[in-house]
Design a protein around this ligand. Structure first.
Ligand SMILES: [Zn+2]
Ligand SMILES: [Zn+2]
Length: 637
């Protein structure tokens, strides 16, 4: 007998009694599963040891895990019914934040999104048939035999990886069997609202030397209204996908021949980036930063001292041999900035010293997680290291946070969430250092009136940090700025300054990035604005479209006049129809479009169409120049 506790009552039951039967005994109704000693179990799973059980109802978020897991099985069963049992080989089918996916190989079939509705229909049928979902536990031999018979080669691989001490379980619904730990619903009929959303390729086990499987994604909720809402959001997010916008706007490409995760900036993206970087440098100059440039590779000795080779090696690219010594491509800029700091004896009078660099770094990421500009293998951090005395810490942090927020505001973001991560169990640095650092972070946020959360114990072992997330136009949060204390590197590199007492002291060091990386921030900006960037950042601010040859002279004159004012202007003189030219300007999200015909030429007035404000009506060229320059100057979103 075992003892289980449910809602403060103790029950004695036979070891191995399924959770559902225990619920019947205890009078628990409508539960779809339970948290058993903290783990999510379904009603079919036998309870073998003393347990604290918290029932999971449909209203609990954990119940979605059970629902989504079962829908993955129902989808797999549907695929087998449609494409043939022998032809469909199942990989893994986990749940996701909003639904589920299944990786499958279907012999001779390449699915397209057009197939999804057919699969959905079959899934609905299976739900309607209301099969009981049964759990069975097998020993290793039986499991191997079963999946050999089913010709499930990927499942066999998984079984081989299961430790001999672990229970092997399968779930069955009618004639469909899947190797699975659960949890699952008791019947297919209980499944809620779902929608298959898209398909992508995924290597088996995320390994590019393995076969490419087809990954089918679904979204699922109990309630169809909630599903509708999430789908709407999903469609909105899809429209804003920066990878598509990046192509439409000719900002960037990623070329498989160059390498996954390595970004090629096209001329349109290039001019945008120049404007962004110019702005970034100006703002840093105003605040007393000094610019440095550092190499892309560094000697292994440096990365040994910095600790990267001991703690960061898996994220670094392989080394290269140079003159019998080992070199690494840099994953961070810090050790170089420290070398610059240490290049001479530093006096307290030089502090705080703020070394800034738009530093391009390279980090190894698994190919499966790479995503447009958001997750890449080479990127440019808007990096700086601030080295200061203990007395300066508070001011430095305050100024840096203010700087971060003011910069994010300039890009049109208005809502921020701030997180402070504090001292973890295992940490270096003295308690005094931690306290000073943490207090300065809290004080800075509080004085700015920004709400913040504390991630107690969530800091790195070498210092506390502050993270700033921005909320985008559709409510998503994106991590941008980080201000990170470091009690480690000053020790490792033996950094010093000479104080007013003429003695040597250890300085404080702070890493900070405001945008994060130029690549990722650009991805966020593109999605936030759905590609229609503020005028000051737009690669092309004005497009002139002459209706015919007769309007060319006037158009040229206008182009020159606008260029004199430093505006970025393009003339669309292709042999295309007017409607096509206007549509292209729309697709490329050009902020201002001016069509020039007889009326404009004869009256000397232009009619301006603004991407964000619609038709501005007829105005003189000088009026337009004033209008657009106001927008640029105020960085109007
Ligand atoms: Zn499963
Ligand atoms: Zn750093």
């Amino acid at each position: 007998m075992i003892r289980v506790v449910i809602e403060d009552k103790v029950y004695e039951v036979e070891a191995g009694t399924p959770l559902g039967e225990i619920y019947q005994m205890a009078g628990v109704e409508n539960a779809v599963g339970g948290k058993v000693n903290g783990k999510i179990y379904d009603l079919q799973t036998p309870i073998r040891e003393d347990a604290n059980i918290v029932p999971i109802y449909k209203s609990d978020p954990e119940s979605l895990e059970i629902l989504r897991h079962s829908l993955a099985h129902i989808m797999a069963q549907a695929l087998k019914e449609i494409y043939g049992k022998e032809k469909v080989h199942l990989g893994v089918g986990p749940t996701t934040e909003e639904g589920f996916y299944y990786d499958v190989e279907i012999e001779g079939v390449r699915l397209s999104e057009d197939d999804l509705s057919k699969i959905e229909e079959k899934m609905r049928e299976i739900i309607q048939r209301n099969y009981p979902i049964l759990r069975r536990e097998l020993d290793r031999e039986e499991a191997i035999k079963l999946f050999e018979k089913l010709r499930e080669k990927y499942k066999l691989e998984i079984i081989k990886g299961i430790s001999p001490d672990d229970v092997i379980s399968v779930y069955e619904q009618n004639d469909f069997v899947d190797l699975c730990r659960g949890p699952h619903l008791p019947t297919t009929g209980m499944a809620g609202a779902f929608k298959l959303t898209h398909i992508s390729g995924a290597y088996w086990r995320g390994d590019s030397s393995q076969p490419m499987l087809q990954r089918i994604y679904g979204m699922a909720f109990w309630d169809s209204k909630e599903l509708e809402e999430r789908l709407k959001f999903y469609e909105e997010a899809k429209k804003r996908d920066h990878r598509k916008l990046g192509r439409d706007l000719e900002f960037f490409i990623i070329d498989e021949d160059v390498g996954p995760g390595l970004v090629l900036w096209l001329p349109k993206g290039g001019i945008y980036r120049k404007i962004l970087e110019d702005y970034w440098r100006e703002e840093h100059l105003k605040r007393g930063y000094q610019f440095v440039y550092t190499p892309h590779i560094g000697n292994a000795k440096l990365w040994q001292i910095s600790g990267h080779l001991d703690y960061y090696r898996p994220n670094m690219f392989s080394s290269m041999q140079v003159d019998q010594e080992e070199y690494f491509v840099k994953p961070m800029n810090c050790p170089f900035h420290i070398a610059i700091y240490k290049s001479k004896v530093r006096s307290y009078k030089e502090l705080p010293l703020k070394l800034a660099e738009l530093g391009t770094v390279y980090r190894y990421e698994m190919s499966g997680v790479l995503h447009g500009l958001m997750r890449v293998r080479g990127f440019t951090q808007d990096d700086a290291h601030i080295i200061c005395t203990e007395e300066q810490v508070e001011d430095v942090i305050h100024q840096t946070l203010e700087f971060a927020i003011s910069m994010l505001r300039d890009f049109g973001f208005e809502e921020f969430k701030v997180y402070i991560s504090t001292k973890p169990e295992d940490a270096i640095g003295s308690p005094d250092q931690w306290q000073l650092a943490e207090n300065s972070l809290k004080k800075a946020v509080e004085s700015m009136g920004i709400p913040y959360q504390i991630d107690e114990g969530g800091g790195a072992f070498y210092g506390p940090k502050i993270d700033v997330k921005i909320k985008d136009a559709i409510g998503r949060l994106w991590q941008c700025s980080t201000i990170q204390f470091d009690f480690n590197l000053p020790e490792r590199f033996d950094m010093e300054y000479v104080g007013p007492d003429n003695k040597r002291h250890r300085p404080y060091m702070i890493h900070r990035a405001l945008l994060g990386s130029i690549e990722r921030f650009t991805g966020i900006l593109l999605e936030h604005y759905a590609g229609a960037l503020p005028v000051w950042l737009s690669p092309v601010q004005v497009r002139l479209i002459p209706i015919g040859e007769a309007h060319m002279d006037y158009t040229k004159k206008l182009e020159n006049r606008l260029k004199e004012e430093g505006l970025r202007v393009e003339v669309d003189d292709r042999d295309e129809r007017l409607s096509a030219k206007i549509r292209d300007a729309e697709v490329q999200k050009i902020p201002y479009v001016i069509v020039i015909g007889d009326k404009e030429v004869s009256q000397g007035k232009i009619s301006v169409r603004s991407k964000k404000e619609g038709n501005l009506g007829s105005m003189s060229v000088e009026e337009f120049i004033k209008h657009i320059k106001d927008k640029i100057k105020s960085k109007a979103p």
